[in-house]
Design a protein around this ligand. Structure first.
Ligand code: CUO
Length: 685
């Protein structure tokens, strides 16, 4: 009997190939009762089964079931786009998730999912089944293939697909060559924003973003949406994206991103994504220069929102922030205090179904994605689908994503500014003194505090995502930024005579902007990039803390971002829980410059008693390694402080540098670090 991994992987691959075609490169076959076939194929059912179902290793017989009522899903065309920013799409996906969650065991889930698969929108099916698998206890360990495997068309230049088809058709498995995905195919160097294309269009970055929203859906059954501090994590994870993006811009001699606060202004930056939706061979539309938003009146998509709606909602959100409370739908006042305020605002502004009052505060962030995603065809006159901004898998490709999220972050900052700077009690850690910190490459003889970045060429197998493509592997190579692995060394003195526990918080931030001017601390504070967060025990006296860069609480390893589920024989035990949410490790550090750009490395060891969340948590357990941006599955967020602590609040006006900020505190340290970028491509071995 096939195990759950084999079954569900069969359901999740090649989304548009009917269920009766063999799966997993011809190894797996689902035996279907007649009513699973769609009308087109039912008359041919037996013939098709005989034709395709011979010579397979593993047969999975599916039981007779009463056809579930999925008429609710018909409003989303099977081969059209699916967007979690579209309210109607989210609602329908929520119903499908509910249907999947309600199945009594994995066998029934498999049967119902197999019935639905050929009848509903492809990406929506993948999304709903992935969410359900992740959130059911009895399937929590089923590996969810990377979205790159399921829908490679969202992530890479479509020019490579015909070449891959040719290679797969003509050349037998063992001899197939990898097809190279070019860098820099979306614009020329005349377009300055193109300097950031390697970052915006990075496959791992976009996968992370998709997986984050998969782990934290904004709509669906309450037990799926209601997660500890999800609103705050929405704010923090996206704030970190904006901080990282701005920092990267400086290294590429570009100024920080302009906030998109005034919705009636022209948007100077254009973007032409050059990717296609392979389900219907339509392109994702481009966005020309100097376009302006319009009211959306796309009746067919049920996307109806005006610029003045957006302005009204923004005004009411500001009013809530300035008053320090929000008006809940039931008439009560929700205090926007330090404890819960940011979480309430996160859910309100995003908006998730946890918003306190959707009728009053609206759907600001999500509709912003829609307005920008439909800027080319606001009333559907031209029957054009949405652009990349209206799709979670592709939004980070577009320069305007960062302008929009800078604005969203500025709204959260307005709330954060209401709080007094952290005081001595909150920042200090008695008896703990950091004597020195350094970061050094993992190679003997290298100088401390010089880190290296370069291009790396890696390979992925996209075979499982090519509907009606050749059996077996289809390799592609792509080029991405990478850094040489390094190690932090932290010398700490514990002046007490007892063991102490602390949380080590490591950040990095740029020292100078794009033109080499020093960045004042009030700006640098918001550019602090979290690199790691972990607990330590400190004995009385001297302690040497050694931590490798690949242990970061922010990232997941390359293999987790890109591993091909089909290729690896993953047992169904807990050791191999497959968790794809996490910043890709190859993007941990800013790129730096060929001459070497200077950054401040900052380390703080805070008092564990103020950090601890009352639960067992082992950072070495599978899936627990990227909690800073993704939290922990089925557990509370593991750090009791405000996310971003100690840099989430403003500081006294007398503080003008990071050194000023940390001067009173022995439990903090900083050192300048240089990041040097070498413009060569090294193949992953
Ligand atoms: Cu992740 Cu705007 O939420 O993209």
């Amino acid at each position: 009997m096939a195990n759950n991994n084999v079954k569900f992987h069969g359901l999740l691959q090649r989304p548009y190939e009917p269920m009766f075609l063999p799966k997993s490169g011809g190894q797996v076959y689902f035996d279907l009762p007649n009513n699973y076939f769609t009308d087109r194929y039912r008359p041919l059912g037996q013939t098709l089964q005989n034709r395709f179902g011979s010579n397979v290793q593993t047969r999975i017989p599916l039981p007779n079931i009463a056809a579930p009522d999925i008429s609710f899903a018909q409003s989303i065309p099977r081969r059209g786009g699916f967007s979690t920013f579209n309210e109607m799409h989210r609602r329908v996906a929520g119903q499908l998730i509910e249907l999947f969650l309600n199945q009594s065991d994995p066998d029934n889930l498999c049967a119902v999912a197999a019935y639905c698969r050929d009848r509903v929108n492809g990406p929506m099916f993948q999304y709903a089944l992935s969410v359900a698998l992740q959130h059911r206890q009895d399937t929590a360990n089923v590996p969810i293939p990377s979205f790159l495997e399921m829908f490679p068309d969202r992530f890479i230049d479509p020019a490579v697909f015909p070449q891959m088809q040719e290679e797969g058709r003509v050349v037998s498995q063992g001899d197939r060559m990898a097809i190279d995905i070019p860098m820099n195919y979306t614009a020329s160097e005349r377009e300055l924003e193109q300097r950031m294309a390697y970052w915006r269009e990075d496959i791992g970055v976009n996968l992370h973003h998709w997986h984050w929203h998969l782990v934290y859906p904004a709509t669906g059954p309450d037990r799926v949406v209601r997660k500890d501090r999800r609103g705050e994590l929405f704010y923090y994870m996206h704030r970190q994206i904006v901080a990282r993006y701005n920092t990267e811009r400086f290294a590429n001699q570009l100024p920080r991103v302009l906030t998109f606060a005034h919705l009636r202004e022209q948007i100077q930056e254009a973007y032409f994504p050059k990717i296609i939706r392979s389900s219907n061979n339509r392109t994702f539309p481009g966005r020309g220069r100097n376009q302006t938003l319009n009211d959306l009146n796309r009746v067919e998509d049920q996307v109806i929102v005006s610029i003045s709606d957006m302005e009204t909602w923004t005004g009411r959100i500001f009013e809530a922030i300035d008053n320090g409370f929000a008006n809940a739908a039931n008439g009560t006042r929700m205090p926007l205090d330090n404890q819960t305020g940011i979480d309430v605002l996160g859910n309100m502004i995003e908006n998730s179904t946890l918003t306190v009052n959707v009728n009053y505060y609206g759907r600001l962030h999500n509709e912003g994605h829609n307005m920008l995603g439909y800027i080319h065809d606001p009333d559907n006159s031209f029957l054009e689908g949405f652009g990349v901004m209206a799709d979670n898998t592709t939004a980070m490709r577009d320069p305007v994503f960062y302008r929009w999220h800078q604005h969203i972050d500025d709204i959260f900052e307005r709330h954060k500014r209401r709080f007094k700077p952290y005081n001595r009690d909150e920042l200090s850690n008695s008896d703990i003194e950091i004597e020195s910190i350094s970061a050094q490459l993992n190679r003997a003889g290298t100088k401390s505090n010089i880190l290296l970045t370069f291009w790396q060429r890696s390979q992925v197998d996209l075979g499982t995502g090519l509907d009606f493509g050749p059996d077996g592997n289809a390799f592609a190579t792509f080029t991405h930024i990478q850094h040489a692995p390094f190690t932090y060394r932290i010398k700490v003195k514990n002046d007490s005579n007892i063991n102490k526990r602390g949380t080590v918080r490591i950040f990095i931030a740029p020292v100078t902007n794009e033109s080499g001017q020093n960045i004042p601390f009030r700006e640098q504070r918001r550019l602090m990039i979290e690199l790691d967060n972990f607990a330590v025990n400190m004995n009385p006296g001297e302690n040497n803390i050694v931590r490798r860069s690949d242990q970061s609480s922010v990232t997941i390893p390359y293999e987790r971002t890109f591993r091909n589920v089909a290729a690896s024989n993953i047992p169904s035990n807990d050791q191999f829980r497959f968790c794809n949410c996490g910043w890709p490790s190859h993007m941990l550090l800013p790129k730096g410059t060929p001459q070497g750009a200077m950054y401040d490395l900052f380390v703080m060891i805070s008092n564990y008693n103020d950090d601890v969340v009352n639960q067992g948590f082992d950072e070495n357990a599978p899936c627990n390694d990227s909690h800073s941006y993704c939290g922990l599955r089925d557990m509370l967020y593991p750090d009791a402080r405000n996310m971003g602590f100690p840099f989430d609040r403003t500081v006294a006006s007398s503080i003008s540098s990071l050194k000023d900020f940390m001067r009173p505190y022995k439990n903090m340290a900083t050192t300048p670090v240089q990041i040097r970028f070498t413009n060569t491509v090294i193949s992953r071995v």
